[in-house]
Design a protein around this ligand. Sequence first.
Ligand code: GCU
Length: 457
Amino acid sequence: MLNSKLLITLLTVFSTISFPAEVFDFNNAANGGWKASPELTEALMKRRSETNYSEQRVPKYTLPNPLVLSDGTRVTNAGTWRTKRRPEILELFRKFLYGRAPIARPKNMTFKVFDLERKALAGLATRKQVTVNFTGKKNGPKMDILIYLPNAVKTPVPTFVILNFGGNHTIHPDPAIKLSESWMRPGSRGVVKNRANEESRGRSRARFPVEKILKRGYGLATIYYGDIDPDFHDGFKNGVHQVFDKLIDGERSADAWGAIGAWAWGLSRAMDYFETDDDIDNKRVAVLGHSRLGKTALWAGARDERFAFVISNNSGCGGAALSRRRFGETVERINKSFPHWFCENFKKYNGKEDDLPVDQHMLIALIAPRPVYVTSADKDLWADPRGEFLACKHASPVYRLLGIKGLGVRQMPGLDQPVQKGAIGYHVRSGSHNLTEYNWQRFMDFADMHFAAMGRN
Ligand code: GCU
């Protein structure tokens, strides 16, 4: 019989993946993979001395093993992953990071198509605009979905859904796009009004190559994230929080959803609409987001398996990057700068990343076996490109268990060399924190590969 000490040692060994922070030989050119520019690293370290931008200062860390149950049992087959470990990890992310959505699909939610133009964009597309009224009540919270579908595609269209930062009217100058509603936020110099006016039409066009997406045979659906929950800390009084939050003795619980949880929930409500629209191939909907909305896309895809493909663009801390590396933005920093994004429990891990029962490779693993694509940008060290790559790498064993190749490489690829070998795609693009056409083209390459293999219905 095993004595208990030995048993505990064995459990500890099996329940974690132990390795030193990937040791990098900066002088070894043969390594080939991406490395941050030493000049940029030095400049950033000077500018933000409290932030670590140096690989040499990444502490040794041990990642929790996605394939070991919390009672120490190893997960050796797809059934146990599906019925035991996946729900367990999902619950940990709910409880400790993004919070719990108080409601699934609201009973009285309504969809109203208020615009349908079959000859939009000079005949290239069908444009629809749909109001989702979450409570069905006149003054309740609502979001507008703007949809473009290519007319050249005669069957239901595989579609990318993405939250936008500035309002639906900012993604394209099409004058028929309804101006998104603005919201006011207290700023350091008085009240700041989020600009929703005629001048801001098409302002974010560079991030949304609408015509090019349509010409590749994909649809695009977008929603202004502020419709779901305005992005500032007001004690959760506005957006969907005001109507759905459940208070216990007047208090929110430590695992009540934050803004990211609310935005992700809103994406699922858009999916509810897609399921009612015969022009959209609801079995091939990709959810995509940039930056804080990349974090949101990962969480939306993890919790809602109706999303067939999940894309995180430069999502960084609380998104695709491993928290335990403490490189660039840290848990403490993000919770202090954006106290409304995560649930209250996450704050307990400020400076205590090693105590978190999860790390972000497990968020990616929740998407398995569906395809997922993670991007980094060369100059975006704040989001920790290597941490994003490593999360993909350490999610791969879950894909393997499910009989699918995950990332398919061990070392970080070189700059602008996309890895598209398995169900996890990754690239580090030259340039700064942004969503560019290069990104979109790679996402569509990946969608071409994976969607073709998925049967419709
Ligand atoms: C800040 C924040 C990041 C976030 C980004 C964004 O830089 O620190 O975590 O991803 O904003 O959403 O633009």
